[in-house]
Every structure is written in C-alpha cells, then in structure tokens.
Ligand binder design. Structure first.
Ligand code: HSE
Length: 438
C-alpha cells in the first residue's frame, strides 16, 4: 500500500465520552494507520470534554487530555474539528454555535439537535463557512447521509421507508421472536448500549422521528417542523397484535415513512406499522436498521446495517472526521448538493393515505359486525378482510374483531374510530395500525 509522503496532523476536540464517544476514541486509535494511509491525515484527539472526571469508562484517556469544560476545546487554536457527542439540545446547540464561530468544523451525531435546531445551525454554518457533518445522526453505521447527498443526488426521491431505531427494532424483534414482554426487551436493549441516555426518546418514536426529519430535509429540501410530523411509539404494541399480524402474513416494525405526493406535499411519519412478512424489510431484526430509498431514476435501493451501538455509530463519526480532515487539507469539496433549498412543504397528516389494521374488542352477539361495517362504510372505508376468532373470552363475553382496511385517509379512519367507540357493543379502545405496502 502506498504511504503518503507527508502526514498532516489534525487535532480533534471530542465533546462527550459516552458509548459512542468512547467508540470514536478507541476505533480512531485502532485504525489510525489505515486512516493515515488512506487519507494522509493523522487524526489525533487532543482534548476530551466529559461531565465527570472520575466516572469509570470503556476507554482509558490520559488525565491531561480530560476537561469538564467543552469551552476549552473551542478555545484551543490547534483544534480544527470538534465532535459533538454530548447529546441533548440546548447545551449541544451552544457548543456547535461556539465551535462554528471559532472557525472549527463540526461533527455531530445528535439527531434531536439537528431535527429541532437544524435550520438555524446550518444557516450559521454557512455564514461561518464551516461545515457540520452528521453521518452518525441517522441509522448508526449505515452511510445513508452520503447516499442521499452523493450517490442519489441525481434522483427525485419518491419515498423512503426506514427502520431507523435500533432499540425499537430490538424490542419488537424480541417480543415477536422470543415472546419477551415489552419491559424485558427494553432492558436488554439498554444493556446492549442501543438506547439513548433517555430511552423514552427511543420508545416514544421520537428518536426515529428526528432521523426522519433529517432524511426528509435532505430529500425534499426543507426542515419540517417537529409539530408537523406524526409520531407514535412502540409502548402500546400488544403481543395480541403481533400474533394477529403473523396470522395475517405480516410483522410489526417501527416504520418511518417519508414520501411526497403528486402535489409535492411531504408526509413524514413514524409509527408501528404492519409490513408483509415476505418483504425484505420484515427480515430486519434486532438492532439492525434498513432504509429503503426509492429514487425516480435509480428505482428501489436498500441500505442495511447496525443502526445503534458503539462501534457502528463510531464508524460514521470517523467517516465524518475523515471528510472534515480532507476539507482541512485539500479545501472544501463541493459536491453540488444543497441540502436545504426550502422547496418542500408538509402534508397534513390527516390527509395521508394507507391501508389499516383494526382490532375492535366487541361483545360477541348478533348484529355487531354489521354495526361496525356500517360506520366504516358510511365513510367510504372499504374492508378487505375480517377475522373473528372463535377463541373468545368466556368470562368477559367479548371477542376481538380484526379488520383489514383498504386505502383510506387517516382523518376518515380516526373519525370512524371515534364513532366506533361510542357503540355499546365496543368494550375497549380500538387498536389501529397502519399497513404499509412497500
Ligand atoms: N438509540 C438509537 C437507536 C441509537 O436505538 O437506534 C442510534 O441513534
């Protein structure tokens, strides 16, 4: 292998030494020579900002590199790139803004920060002439940001369907394949280091929703406000629905869907959805992520890999560090991609269309199916199949009525559900899941 004649040393300030930060520190050291050979850059972590100097860690960092104040990293004239891995929003935004203003390139894996404050941060980045790199913010080790910015730059994006939260995918996989309860599966995911520091971000669907906002911004050129995306988490997924899904030929995944309609309005939604068992996405299990991107020129493309965890996510951070180093050494490499041209607009979620699965807990007596069908029919919602299992609950004298619905607008389905709940024969809040046809 050819060696560069002169190595250029790049000094890095690493803010945050949690799971991913420790992975960056460790893997930069392990693959230092490879990176040097490939890029001509000798990537050196000069200072590391941590919350506590005494907390036990996955990696050993010399005491003189550690500080509890990230401002020291920003103030250090030798540091050319700052890696933001502190998480959260307000302090992380302060850090990124300070670094950009100090003329430092920024690498961040913070999807919540970019989704909530991206518009302002990228505007500042442009003003300062300093880029923000964010490959690690979406889908862990899968280089999906580069795919959208470079590989598919010549495509209109027709749609993206993503399984982009490793924690939720792990939970649903374990519930479905090992029969685990929700709490047990979540605990396993946390122990394996997939979950965010605050796992409610994962299980509420918001971690995936933040990633979807970032993917939508790259695909459709605008930052969709967080209050215009639809988000449901996995907390309410019931084993009964996982079982019905299987009987019907589907599995349940936390799906993020980003799609433009014919008027160019963009839906950005994340929820547990049923997908056909024979689709390749149904086989994406555990902490793995997959992103199915449909471009108008390329057709369908699928990107698969570990979406969470120390090593996969640090691989993406290191890729960004190499890009930043290349920009320092060779000057910025314009790739012709303007991420946020502000040409998209959000689609009201009530107008989004899909198929649906409904489970209605009803009294098992004559005329009940007719009442339910009448409410749906009055709103022009078609039923494609009905199951009422014979294994009914003799104590409560109720049964599950499971309906698969044809394409309908969410607003109509929600209105029908509200009417169903008013029926005397309906004994519990109906369960509704989207059915994605991929
Ligand atoms: N908590 C995230 C997940 C990590 O489970 O996917 C990567 O963003």
């Amino acid at each position: 292998m050819a060696h560069p004649t002169t190595a250029r040393s790049i000094q890095i300030g690493l803010a945050g030494l949690g799971n991913v930060g420790a992975g960056v520190y460790k893997n930069l050291d392990t693959n230092r020579n490879l990176i040097l050979q490939r890029t001509g850059a000798d990537l050196r972590v000069k200072r590391v900002a941590v919350r506590s100097l005494t907390r036990p860690r996955d990696v050993e960092v010399p005491a003189d590199q550690l500080t509890t104040d990230w401002r020291e990293l920003v103030a250090d004239p030798e540091i050319e790139v700052i890696v933001e891995l502190i998480g959260g929003i307000d302090e992380a935004a302060e850090l990124v803004c300070a670094a950009l203003r100090a003329g430092k390139r920024v690498v961040s894996g913070n999807k919540a920060l970019l989704a909530e404050r991206g518009q302002e941060l990228f505007a500042l980045a442009e003003e300062c002439g300093m880029p923000i790199y964010f490959e690690a913010a979406v889908a862990g080790g899968i280089p999906i940001i580069q795919v959208l910015q470079e590989g598919l730059v010549g495509n209109h994006i027709v749609s993206i369907h993503g399984i982009i939260n490793g924690t939720c995918n792990y939970i649903l996989s374990r519930m479905s394949q090992a029969g685990l309860g929700y709490a047990e599966a979540l605990q396993e995911a946390q122990e394996k280091g997939y979950a965010e520091a605050d796992p409610t971000l994962d299980v509420s669907g918001w971690d995936a929703a933040h990633k979807a906002i970032i993917l939508a911004s790259l695909s459709y050129g605008f930052w969709i406000p967080a209050d215009r995306v639809s988000v449901e988490g996995v907390q309410k997924v019931d084993r009964e629905d996982i079982e019905f899904a299987r009987r019907l030929g589907y599995t349940i995944k936390l799906m993020s869907v980003i799609r433009a309609d014919e008027q160019g309005r963009v839906e950005v939604r994340t929820q547990p959805s049923m997908i056909p068992l024979n689709h390749v996405l149904a086989g994406v299990s555990g902490s793995f992520n997959a992103v199915l991107v449909h471009g108008d020129v390329v057709g369908e493309t699928l990107f698969y890999g570990r979406g969470a965890g120390q090593d996969p996510t640090s691989s993406s951070v290191i890729s960004d560090l190499c890009e930043a180093a290349a920009a320092v050494i060779h000057g910025p490499r314009p790739n012709g991609f303007v991420p946020h041209g502000l040409y998209g607009s959000p689609k009201p979620i009530e107008e989004t269309v899909s198929r649906y699965y409904l489970r209605v807990t009803v009294e098992d007596r004559p005329g009940v199916v007719a009442q339910v069908a009448t409410i749906l029919g009055a709103r022009q919602i078609g039923i494609s199949s009905i199951i009422q299992p014979e294994d009914w609950d003799t104590e409560k004298e109720v049964t599950s009525l499971v309906l698969m619905l044809h394409d309908a607008q969410l607003g109509e389905v929600r209105a029908a559900l509200a009417e169903l709940q008013e029926l005397d024969c309906v004994r519990a809040e109906p369960v509704m899941l989207r059915v994605e046809i991929l």
